[in-house]
Design a protein around this ligand. Structure first.
Ligand SMILES: Cc1ncc(COP(=O)(O)O)c(C=O)c1O
Length: 443
């Protein structure tokens, strides 16, 4: 009997024993193509020799030194690298052990920033519906994944939520994408006005929406308009690129394609590629300067932040991505994936939308393409698709609640950056079989 408190107590998990390239093997000898990098994590696939070598070398010299006593060469070098490649204005990096920790840190840093500059009355955070920022209480509060949030509602800090940039369901008939983006920015501005502009700390958004509604990209001009609204009211813009960042959409940062730079940006999954738990907050110089000229102490910290082994993994992953020019492969294979998804599901009766960017794409499943009506959530179609895909040796990342938090299903596809066209063809073929087998099940 297992003594592990697993994610689902109703499920028997295969035992993963090894991984190589884009494949994970279980204890029964079955291979699975990791077409989702777990949860958009494994950007270099599994067991990359250069990353393993860098981690071994770090372990042999120093595994751990607490950051209230020491800095380390590897943390300093990774921070230099990240700042050199960061969006305009970013000057410093605060390391963490994952995405939720990075979000908590960004929220607290944003709040303390206003205390440092003499605006302690600012208290509101505005997020978006249908977003996901993590499972810790602060991250759950500013995010809006209904299923993950509902039972903890009494514990959550107050947060405001505006509409997501969700073209498939949010753009009105006849409305241009540009007009839709401006309408959403106006909604943010109205919310700020209602709360009182000098009481708002930050607006937080995933640059490309991930876990809750599946690879939703913003309409053109949306983020530039959002940036202007934030600037007009002295509000910080926090971009959450934990899932969509670090190359996944074809540029190192997803916001590069939106033409904006955030004040704080969270990164995690692709930073360390799953070789070690690591996340970070990239901090704009003006935020850093407020601390440097002020108390000089960010009232925060975790035991494992800046862990040398995690930094070694992150540094090696980022070095390999650059050295092997893997973002070009993300763009090329992303275009191939989009093409194959379009050919396979473009006329499928139950695929309402195909969307995403780079190697971060999704299909949204609907009962009726005309009305966009989702399937009954009781069917748990997303769970069926996951099981059918696993039975075919394929890992994808399906979720429910896509449409409104309760209804709707989508499947996220996020293969490693090293994937080739032939493997993508196999991924799409197996996914099509898994979707059709799920839909064919009774009830
Ligand atoms: C956009 C985003 N932010 C934050 C998180 C939380 O990251 P973690 O699971 O590492 O705590 C996730 C995880 O899926 C995410 O997708």
């Amino acid at each position: 009997m297992t003594r592990v408190f697993h994610r689902s107590l109703a499920h028997d998990y295969p035992v993963a024993v090894s991984g190589r390239g884009v494949t994970i093997r279980d204890s029964e000898g079955r291979d699975y193509i990791d077409a989702s990098g777990g949860a958009a994590v494994s950007c270099l696939g599994h067991s990359h020799p250069d990353v393993l070598a860098a981690m071994h070398a770090q372990l042999d010299s120093l595994a751990y030194a607490h950051t209230s006593f020491f800095t380390t060469a590897v943390a300093e070098e990774l921070a230099q690298t990240l700042v050199a490649d960061a969006p305009e204005g970013i000057s410093h990096v605060y390391f963490l052990s994952g995405g939720s920790e990075a979000i908590e840190t960004a929220l607290k840093m944003a709040r303390q920033y206003f205390v440092e500059i003499g605006q302690p009355q600012r208290r509101h955070i505005i997020g978006r519906r249908q977003s996901y920022h993590g499972n810790t209480l602060g991250a759950l509060a500013v995010g809006h994944n209904a299923a993950r949030r509902v039972q903890y509602a009494p514990l959550l800090i107050e947060a405001e939520h505006v509409s997501p940039a969700y073209d498939y369901r949010g753009r009105a008939p006849g409305e241009t994408p540009e007009a839709y983006g401006l309408r959403l920015a106006a909604e943010l501005e109205e919310t700020i006005a209602r709360l009182g502009p000098d009481s708002v700390i930050a607006f937080i958004a995933e640059t490309v929406g991930g876990a809750t509604c599946g690879a939703i990209t913003a309409p053109p001009g949306y983020f530039r308009a959002i940036r202007e609204v934030c600037d007009r009211h002295g509000i910080l813009l926090i971009l959450d690129e934990v899932m969509c960042g670090m190359g996944r959409t074809g540029t190192l940062h997803a916001c590069e394609q939106e033409g904006v730079a955030p004040d704080l940006m969270t990164i995690a999954k692709g930073l360390g590629g799953g070789f070690a738990p690591i996340g970070a907050v990239l901090v704009a110089d003006r935020v850093f300067q407020a601390f440097d000229r002020g108390s000089k102490l960010f009232q925060h910290g975790h035991t494992y932040l800046g862990h040398p082994l995690a930094c070694a993994a992150g540094l090696a992953v980022q070095t390999v991505i650059k050295r092997d020019n893997l973002l070009a492969n993300v763009q090329a294979q992303g275009a191939h994936l989009a093409r194959r998804l379009g050919e396979t599901f473009g006329n499928h009766h139950h695929v309402g939308d195909i969307r995403g960017r780079g190697l971060f794409q999704a299909i949204e499943i609907v009962a009726d393409r005309g009305s966009k009506e989702p399937f009954d959530p009781a069917l748990k179609l997303h769970a069926r698709i996951k099981a059918e895909a696993m039975a075919r040796g394929l890992m994808v990342y399906p979720s429910g609640g896509t449409a409104d938090g309760t209804r709707g299903d989508h499947v996220l596809i996020a293969p490693p950056f090293i994937v080739d066209a032939e493997t993508i063809d196999t991924i799409v073929e197996r996914l099509a079989e898994a979707v059709d087998a799920s839909l064919a099940q009774p009830g």
